[in-house]
Design a protein. Structure first.
Length: 343
């Protein structure tokens, strides 16, 4: 059964609970002097009990009014990539005299429907979604009241919407092929949640490179479910202590890459290392990386939203922003010794 949050309380629900007509509820909310004090008290008691809030869409649809703003639902504000997307989107929207309103799920995918609904109720002109959860029904047209939706980072099965993506699979495949070309045969891949679209996309690229060079996809060299730098560092420590340790490591998100970098420096290891995304620290320390351009992703998402606002009936588009493998040194180390392992 849907929760109370998912069952939107209507004016009729309040009227039924208070034993009055919907017109009386409307007059009460408008502070009409025609409503008797006892009736007003009874109606407002049910408004509070049921958690009713007037729907701006129902109020404004006949006027066709929308806010001169675009909403962005993101997982959080500490992720550098997501912050870059927001910055790029804001700059592009500003050129079109649109404001950006940002809401964070605080890394809780279950909050995505709640935030999307809040944005829609504010009558935003479009909604940018950077989804982590797999539930997408709340973005179906019957729930968005005509609000254009642009998906940032991943598509949604069964939902015809504009999408902006990065070609993580191609770039990670290129990174793996680079390591193979240097002579590495034991290449570890450390990733986030295995049920996450982006993690799966990156592993597809890694495995495609292994298959192309007829190298086995060793299960012991793939570690998933890593969500913090500390977890990545612990996982890497275990891999390096194994009888047949990796000679090269891929860190397939920024948090994982940070944990790998810390262990590489603290443990004085010299394995080849390619991260994904970058910070000023990783650039300064010469970390080779698959680099995405979050500003461009945000700009393209905003552009799709602006175009969709101008032409609601045009076919959905998917824009792919290329990722780039940047060589800085850590990914150029060759395996040492006849065993292929580092000394």
């Amino acid at each position: 059964m849907p929760s109370r949050a998912e069952q939107r309380v209507t004016l009729r629900d309040v009227a039924t609970a208070a034993g009055v007509s919907t017109a009386t509820v409307t007059r009460t909310l408008q502070n009409s002097p025609r409503v008797e004090p006892d009736t007003r008290r009874r109606v407002m008691e049910q408004v509070r009990r049921l958690g009713y809030s007037p729907n701006p869409i129902a109020r404004d649809l006949r006027y066709g009014r929308r806010e001169a703003a675009v909403g962005l639902v993101t997982a959080g504000f500490t992720n550098l990539f997501q912050a870059g997307v927001a910055s790029g989107a804001e700059r592009e929207l500003r050129r079109a005299d649109l404001q950006l309103i940002i809401g964070s799920t605080d890394d809780t995918p279950e909050r995505e429907p709640e935030l999307a609904r809040a944005m829609i109720d504010r009558r935003v002109s479009a909604l940018l979604m950077m989804p982590d959860g797999d539930h997408r029904d709340f973005l179906a047209p019957e729930h968005t009241y005509g609000t254009p939706v642009v998906l940032v980072g991943r598509p949604a099965a069964g939902l015809a919407a504009d999408v902006v993506m990065t070609d993580d699979d191609q770039a990670v495949q290129q990174a793996t092929e680079h390591l193979i070309g240097l002579g590495h045969r034991r290449i570890a891949a450390l990733v986030g949640r295995l049920d996450n679209f982006r993690s799966a996309q990156r592993l597809i690229g890694h495995r495609a490179a292994l298959a192309q060079h007829r190298l086995p996809d060793a299960p012991d060299l793939t570690v998933g479910g890593l969500t913090t730098p500390e977890q990545a560092r612990d996982a890497l420590t275990r891999l390096l202590r194994a009888p047949s340790p990796p000679t090269a490591v891929l860190g397939l998100n920024l948090g994982i890459s940070t944990g790998i970098l810390i262990e590489r420096l603290a443990g004085h290891h010299t394995f080849a290392f390619i991260g994904l995304d970058e910070s000023e620290l990783s650039k300064g320390l010469g970390v080779s990386a698959v680099v995405r351009d979050p500003q461009e992703v945000g700009r393209q998402a905003a552009r799709l939203a602006i175009d969709r606002i101008a032409d609601p009936d045009r076919p959905p588009r998917t824009v792919t922003v290329p990722s780039t493998l940047i060589h800085r040194g850590t990914g150029e180390a060759k395996p040492a010794g006849p065993s292929g392992h580092f000394a």
